[in-house]
Design a protein around this ligand. Sequence first.
Ligand code: SMO
Length: 768
Amino acid sequence: MARICAVGGTRLGLSPASETETPWLGRSMLRREDARFVTGQGRYVDDLTPEGCLHLAFARSPYAHGRIEAVGREAADAADNVVAVFTAAELGPLPGNAINPLAPDIVETPFEVLASETVTSLGQPVAAVVARTPTAARDAAELIELDIEPLDPLADGEGPCSVVYSISEGDADAAFAAAAHVVSIRVEHSLLAPSPMEPRATLATWEEGRLTAWCSTQTPYRVREDLARILGLDLEAVRVIAPDVGGAFGGKASIFPEDAMVAFAARALAAPVKWCATRNDDLLFATHGRGAVSTGEMAFDASGRALALRADLAFQQGSWMTYSAVVPAGNALRILPGPYAIPVLDLKSRARMTNRAAVGIYRGAGRPEAAMLLDRLMDEGARATGIDPIEIRLLNAFAPADLPLARSGGAIVDSGDFPRLLETLRERAVYAELRAEQTRRRAAGEIVGLGLCLYIEPCGQGWESAEVTLIRDGRFVATTGSSAQGQGRETAFAQIAADALGTTPDRVAIRQGDTADAAAGLGALASRSTAIGGSAMRKACEALRTTLVEAAAELLQCPPESVLVRPQRVYGGDNAASVGLAELARHIASSRGDAALTASTIYNAEGEAWASGACLACVAIDADTGETTVERIVWIDDAGLVVNPLLAEGQLLGGLAQGLGEALLERLVYDTEGQVLTGSFMDYAMPRAGDIPPVEIAKIETLSPSNALGVKGVGEAGCIGVPAAVVNAVADALAPMGAADFQLPLTSERVWRAIAHGPNNAPGAEDR
Ligand code: SMO
């Protein structure tokens, strides 16, 4: 091939130097997806209504537990605009959802698409009505007569265990017997509603023997596998698309019975069928989070060194198990010793079935439960020994030289600098001054407290896929197996791809969320997308860049080492020679075939990335009302290399808001019959803008050696460190009154009772 572009660089006024704009990693770039979101161009499942689309609504169980005697469908069948009514009888026996076999001896309880003989949860789908309009479907679903004989719901702690985990190291009895101080804590986590802005929704079509489902999900590939198995279809006959997803927080990481019903109906009717949950549907029957009751004891020697940790965490499982059902119980346990060197461990966790909605992963998934128990104990230890809470953490935290650190239970903490986190926090918060101010305010009669949390969090292991193509106009299209739920994936992944390719982010289109686009993917969860999906993206882009360099070397007749890939052109040899990317694409296609324009990879991480952070919360409590005001939060986060600081801060703040909700406001309330008393946002207290205190976030950066980018997660961090710091601050505020035993959330009533009743109160008893 002739040397066709020798003067191109000059003609365009471009040179390798003028075109150098890297690196893009580390830049605060605005989210490219926001232009469509803020102008109403986002496309969520409910925005998609194909020609002839039918609408599905459910008749749901009004009881937590009961025997189905009869399902009266005549009135619904006869209602206007109704196309079909389905009960378990029409479905016949179907497989349930898959459950991730993360532990041996899991007792599996998958879902029934529609309840057949018994109902096991309030809100469980019993019948489905398909009609020509959403209102006709809802109205007809109300006409279904459910004749259900109520049965007693399982009482707390009575249900069978789905999973049991334990970790034991050293002689705990001996360690506790030898201790100078022993502190203990009991934490009751409320059941929480993940509450994405967009409730669950699925649309399915059936055409020529193929199912296409648009599902508001974090895990399109999982949904595809489940739908294929439940419907008895080949995987190739099922395509799942996650369009724009309005939040998920772990609540959309599994298929639901409703999704399977929509797909079944689409096939049975050979028509598009759509279902969108209402907020009430989601508060009743979407997954719940947390709900664990944890007890822990920590033994210290006279100098404040932790000698031993005992913990017992009792999780709820609900009435069926999501794909990641056992993750919270397993995660909490393997994280529990946290950043601290504790030589003796006796740790147990388990999850028990209940007659409630499934309890699944929720932003943090076991990490918040571990941090809450451990760092509550650490603050109690500080009080018992008279050592300052920062000092006792410095005394017990691992040093950077101790990492990587292999833990019992299999965790390998790969990186971090816990002393630096604490020292940075001390400095940024001007901690000594805060303590002096607390003393002054206390003397003036105020109830004020400071609380700390030093946490570690696993975020990113395993594999993910990516594919990148140089298209004929000289731009790139990159596909990731990690889909998005609102994090700004398209922006961050374009930055990663741009650096790896030597181009600019605006020349890289990011595709995600469609199982037809990429061979495989795990999805967007577990704070892993950037670490693992981002590493896959980098590897795929590096592979394509190698092709670009080799092809340009051929074309420009220069050694590959001299080739520079720049945003618009590829330069070689004496730098005067260059070829435009569109021209290079044509050359590669003709010399090597179209397939050479694409590089794909399945990246498998070398290890697991661990992020960490230190949080300080300052609270003031109104003695008359018990109302807690969080006056300030200072937070030092270590997420390794930060791809886009603006997006990272958004993730951290969002998690912080949910963490504050958990600490102070949110709680799903069930009565003894298993009825939900918090079925709307009138009763379930979401945090609002006015609840968010002044927040200062700073970072340190220890690169993760476990993935190709050195990055760690940020999405769940706010739910991990913030609640524990806030609760510790309230405990610190109330300590002079001897009030210590209070449970989540710290509503004004509970805190008031703690103040009014002193150390032997049993707040929370008011509403059991
Ligand atoms: S709780 Mo997350 O979406 O793994």
